[in-house]
Structure formats: C-alpha cells, structure tokens
Design a binder for this molecule. Structure first.
Ligand code: HAS
Length: 557
C-alpha cells in the first residue's frame, strides 16, 4: 500500500528516535549487571550515578521505546487494514508532543535531577521537567489515538457490515486501556507531584500516589504487550508458513485484556500497609483472571504453529517444533516472535508466582522481580519491537536489509542472554538479594562487613547474561543503522504479513461489539478501586516531605 510522504516520515521518525535512545538504555543495562556483580565498588561511572543510570535504563527502555513504538505500529496497522491515513494534524501534533516530552524528561534525567526510577515513587522528588515530559509523552500518544478513532468511524460508516480486522480491534483495545489507565497517572503527576516538585505544596500523600501509579502501572505492562500479541495473532502464523487457528480466540483474548488489565494494580502493593487484605485478595483473584487471555494465546498460537509444522510434513507429537523456519532470512520476523514467546512461558509463570499473596511475600522487592519482568517486557515485548522496527524500516524506506545474518541471530542470542540473566536474578532473589541496589557498594564488595559470598555465583550468572544481551543489541544496532542509511533499492510501501484464519468460524456477535465489554470494564474497575481508595483515606499516615536519592534526610526548602 502507498502512503503519503509525511505519514511515512512520521512513522520512520517514531521508530528511529527511541532506537537511538536505546543505545543509552542498553549501556545502562550493562552497567547495572557490572555494578551488581561487584566489579565496581563506587556509586558513579563517567559522571553518571548508579540511580541516574537505572532511571535512564527504565525510562528509555520501558516507557519511551514502548510508547513511541506503540504509536508507530498503531499508525502502520490502522492505515494498512483500514486503507486510509489518519488526519495529518493529529499525526504531527502527536509526534511533536512525544518528542518534546522525551527531551524535557531526558534533560531532567541527564542533569541528575530526576533519579527517581521509572516508577517515580514519592517521596523521591524529580525536577518538574521530568513530570512535565512524562505527561507530554502520554498526551502525544492520546492524540494519535484520537486520529485513529476518527478514521475508524469513517471506515465503519463506509463498511457497515464488515468485520473489524483483528489487528485494528487489538490496537483500539490497547489504546482504550491506555487512555483509561493514564488518567490516574495524569492525576498523580498534575495534581500531586508537579505542584509538590514546584514547591507549591509541602508534602505528598505517598500511598495515594503509589496507588494511582499502579492503577496505571499494571495496565501499562499490557499496553507494552498487546502490540506483540497483535503480531502473534495476525503475523506470526503467516511468517511460520501456516494459518491462524482461531480468530475468535484472538478477539476474546483482546476483550478479556480490556476488562482485566486495569483492576489488578494492587498486586504491586501487597506490602502496602494502607490497603486492607480483602482489597488485596480481590486484586489477586483478578490477576489470576488476567492470565487467562495469555493462556488462550498460548494454545491458539501453539495450534497455529503446529499447523505450520505439519504442513512441512512434521511427524509425532512435537515434531512440528523442529520444522519451523527458525533461520529463514526472508522471514526473519519469525525468530523475533518465537523467541519472545518462548521467554514468555517463563515470564508468565513467574508472574503467577508474584500474584499469589503468600509467595509474593518471599519475592517482593528482591531481584526475583527484575528476573520476572525481563522475561516479559525484555522478552516478547522488546523482541517484537526490534523485529517490527527493522521490518518497517526496510518496507517504508524501500531498503534491502543489511547485515541479514546478524539480524537473524539477534533474537536467539538475546533469548539465551535473558534466560541466563533472569535465572541469575531469580536465583539471587530467592536468597534475598535485593532489587534496585548497587550491590557493588556493599553486599558484593569483599571489603564491606556486609559482604555476601553466597550471592557471587548468582550475580556472576546475571553478568554473563547481561554481556550476551549487550552483544545481541550491538549486532542489532549494526543491522538497523546500516539498513537505515542504505540506498533505496525498491518501492517504498506500507506492507504487513497477513495471517489467514484456518477455519471459517461462526459469527459470535459479542466478539464484534465494544460497548458491553467497556461497561463490564468500568464496573470491574469501580469494584476493585473504590475499596482501595477508601482504605487509603481511612488508614493513611501523615503526608511526606520531599527526599532526594542522595540523602536520607528530607529536602529542606
Ligand atoms: Fe508482571 C511485576 C504478575 C505479566 C511486567 N511485572 C512486574 C513488573 C513488571 C512486570 C515491569 O502479581 C515490576 C514492576 C516494578 O517495577 O515493581 N505479571 C504478573 C502476571 C502476569 C504478568 C500474573 N508482567 C507481565 C507482563 C509484563 C510484566 C506481560 C510486561 C510486558 N507482575 C505480576 C505481579 C507483580 C509483577 C504480581 C508485582 C510483584 C511485586 O511484588 O512487586 C500475567 O499476565 C502473565 C500471564 C502469562 C502467561 C504465559 C502464557 C505463555 C505464552 C507463550 C506460549 C508459547 C508458545 C511457543 C506458543 C500465563 C503466551 C510454543 C512454541 C515453541 C516452539 C516452544
């Protein structure tokens, strides 16, 4: 499909900006494993402090990259399936808001005035630019969504009887979840944190801020995940050489995410004293519920892959696994998607451990947690982003992919790296190794009275994994930038692989309507969050003054 020059340019910019920043994000990831393995016994390197680096790592990789990509991929998907472009001004305003927001937040982080990690929990206080930047990034992504809604309505008028394409359904659901969950973080930033950071208010209600953050924060992880799920349902079966086993299953999975992604945030706050056990129990049960669409996906995609393997004459129960196109250069997307899925088996099961209240007490705030989330956000999410960014750059730029063999190796190398790294972290976590801690200054420093020799093997394993991941990222950067700067050789097109459904399934009308699911979503959110907010009102302690990570005493104004 041909698209206008300006639209094409916007998508390419939205893919390139975060990949450039990712160079910094990956560097700080490597620095993390080096500090934590005790190879460095200091608090900063190259004038960048440990917590400054950890903030840059989390914000760039988990917030900036994912939001830019979500919008770029959304533009591509909506335009490709609805065969039209969004309004030019929404596309441009959205891009500029996101870029300006990122620049403001980057200034605050790089100048060392926002070392508050990606969760920016108060009473840690950041420079107002950090909060403003985050708000602009989010608003920019909303504007893109408004453009798509208009586009979808026009399409619907012209195609009253047509089924909404699965990828469009997934994109609209993802950005609906995003629009609702970001309302809470917008309130947190604009009403609680920004005035406090500007010195207009003296204290902040920490429990309320944290609860608003997690109202947003867990839905955020599905905002990261859903573009990957769209690829699993609509692209992976095709690049595997097969068909999608059930489109209805995909629709059901997306609608279940719509109702269950938000009302589970308190599972991040099981140790929060201001929230009652009954509220925590309810969120824990809903969290088991939000694993269901992923189980549906696991079975549906396995069946689709099995079909692809059997078409290549696979024999036996698991023979299809050996017949998939793992090393096919023309189908390089397959490797990125399958490695993400394999990692997600472990990422998903560790998530279920986390959501079980009693087990959560063992692993909360230990290095188990980054072990879990690197097998989710740095697994399926990150690999889908890398693979699709490279794919879109070649198609939209009319380029031939450079360093193809590097690009094909990247996901496998990355997967091995993550498996070692996360195993090291989770093993350490079960021995009590804390997360978000510069271990090289204390527990991993033989000269410190706190030295823990039993944590040496686990942190070294994580270091080995981290080095392999960095090597994979370097190979990716070589292929990505060489492709980007290569000469144009073919027509510039917006093109996505499209998986056909295997069966003509019966029409289930509830899987084609948004309103009933939206209503259920609102009801479940009210049931889950009104008790949490009442608990906070009832049990909360005094509000806190601001702190900086460098000093255990409150900031004096
Ligand atoms: Fe999580 C903490 C529970 C999914 C990310 N999570 C985090 C944090 C992050 C994160 C970043 O209940 C840390 C936040 C912080 O900084 O404090 N998580 C879950 C549960 C799920 C889950 C139940 N998490 C994710 C996803 C993430 C993510 C997705 C990012 C994208 N998580 C928690 C909890 C905490 C938490 C607690 C707080 C803990 C605490 O104490 O702080 C579920 O959605 C997971 C369901 C997934 C599955 C897996 C299905 C498997 C599939 C693969 C199939 C394979 C195939 C291949 C088809 C059930 C789909 C076959 C072919 C071959 C060839 C083999």
């Amino acid at each position: 499909m041909q698209i206008s020059k300006s639209f094409k340019r916007t998508i390419i910019i939205e893919l390139i900006v975060p990949v450039i920043l990712l160079v910094l994000g990956i560097y700080h990831g490597l620095m993390q494993v080096i500090y934590r393995a005790g190879l460095l016994h200091k608090s900063s390197t190259a004038h960048l402090d440990y917590y400054q680096g950890l903030t840059l790592h989390g914000v760039i990789n988990a917030i900036v990259l994912t939001t830019f990509f979500g919008v770029a991929f959304g533009h591509a998907t909506m335009a490709f399936y609805l065969k039209r472009e969004p309004n030019k001004s929404t596309v441009a305003i959205s891009m500029w808001l996101m870029i300006i927001g990122t620049i403001l937040a980057a200034i605050a982080m790089l100048s060392g005035n926002a070392s508050v990690l990606y969760t920016f929990y108060p009473p840690l206080k950041a420079h107002p630019f950090f909060y403003l930047g985050a708000a602009l990034l989010v608003v920019g992504s909303w504007v893109a969504f408004w453009g798509w809604i208009k586009m979808y309505r026009t399409w619907r008028k012209e195609n009253a009887e047509a089924k909404i394409p699965l990828a469009v359904l997934g994109t609209i659901i993802n950005f609906t979840i995003w629009s609702i969950c970001t309302l809470a973080v917008a309130y947190e930033i604009l009403v609680l944190l920004l005035p406090w950071s500007l010195g207009w208010t003296k204290t902040v209600n920490v429990t309320l801020a944290r609860t608003l953050f997690w109202f947003f924060g867990h839905a955020l992880v599905y905002f990261w995940l859903l573009p990957a799920y769209i690829m699993y349902y609509t692209i992976l079966p095709k690049v595997a050489g097969g068909k999608l086993f059930s489109e209805n299953a995909g629709r059901l999975a997306f609608f279940l995410f719509l109702i269950l992604s938000v009302p589970v945030g308190v599972h991040h706050q099981f140790s929060e004293p201001g929230i009652s056990p009954s509220t925590k129990l309810f969120h824990s049960i809903l969290t088991f519920g939000v694993a269901i669409p992923s189980f549906i996906t696991a079975f549906t995609i396995s069946a689709s892959l099995e079909y692809a393997g059997r078409k290549r004459n696979a024999k036996g129960l698991f023979g299809w696994m050996k017949k998939l196109p793992y090393w096919d250069k023309k189908n390089f997307l397959f490797g990125y998607l399958i490695c993400g899925l394999i990692l997600f088996i472990f990422g998903g099961f560790t998530g279920i451990v986390n959501s079980s209240y009693a087990l959560n007490n063992v692993v909360h705030n230990t290095s188990w947690m980054p072990g879990h989330f690197h097998m989710t956000v740095a697994g399926p999410v990150f690999l889908a982003i890398l693979g699709m960014s490279l794919y879109l750059i070649t198609k939209l730029g009319g380029k031939k992919m450079r360093f193809q063999s590097y690009a094909v190796m990247v996901p496998y190398l990355w997967m091995i790296g993550i498996l070692l790294f996360s195993t090291g972290l989770m093993w350490g976590g079960l021995m009590g190794e804390p997360r978000r801690t510069n271990l090289g200054m204390s527990y991993l420093n033989p000269d410190s009275p706190l030295f823990r020799p039993d944590w040496v093997p686990s942190t070294l394993l994580a270091l080995l994994g981290g080095i392999i991941m960095t090597a994979a990222a370097l190979l990716y950067f070589i292929s990505f930038f060489a492709t980007l700067f290569a000469k144009k050789t073919t027509n510039e097109m917006l093109e996505l692989p499209v998986a056909e459904p295997l069966h003509q399934e019966s029409h289930v009308s509830i899987l084609h309507k948004f309103t009933p699911w939206l209503l259920v979503m609102v009801i479940v959110i009210i049931l889950a969050y009104i008790p949490a907010l009442l608990d906070i009102k009832k049990y909360v302690g005094p509000s806190a003054p601001p702190y900086l990570p460098t000093n255990p005493l409150p900031v004096k104004k």
